[in-house]
Ligand binder design. Structure first.
Ligand SMILES: [Zn+2]
Ligand SMILES: [Zn+2]
Length: 141
């Protein structure tokens, strides 16, 4: 029996990570920062407890960027540019892993959409029944 995938990495393979517990929740973020960051309409990410995250390889490759106006630090591979995760610099237990960074099925499905008020005009938000928030999600989990 195989459970949810708890490992992942970047495009070039230099960065590898694992979670000691599977992710339990996920959502899409439609904010303009995520549009810029990903080059797409929305970012799909799983929220995890940062204490369950282990960086296995590529510590020297991971770069973090923090927006001058604050918010979660965006971590990516400095070699291939792949987006990996974001973390609250004031509370490292608050962390999101990009769903595309997992090696396989992380087991969770996106169930909400945040910052839909800023959604890209060129891609309609699918009517998929997910909970929608004009701004951020009121609570982290
Ligand atoms: Zn890489
Ligand atoms: Zn966002």
């Amino acid at each position: 029996m195989s459970g949810p995938c708890v490992t992942g990495g970047c495009l070039c393979g230099g960065v590898r990570f694992e979670l000691t517990e599977p992710a339990t929740a996920a959502g899409y973020c439609h904010c303009t920062r995520c549009q810029r960051r990903t080059g797409t309409a929305a970012s799909a990410q799983a929220r995890v407890d940062g204490n369950t995250f282990r960086l296995l390889e590529g510590c020297d490759l991971v770069r973090a960027w923090c927006h001058p106006e604050g918010g979660f630090e965006k971590h990516f591979c400095g070699e291939c540019g792949a987006h990996l995760f974001s973390r609250n610099p004031d509370n490292p237990s608050q962390m999101s892993i990009r769903l595309g960074a997992f090696d396989g099925d992380p087991g969770v499905r996106p169930s909400w959409r945040t910052y839909v008020a800023y959604a890209a005009p060129w891609e309609p938000i699918p009517d998929d029944g997910s909970e929608r928030f004009d701004e951020g999600k009121p609570s982290f989990s």
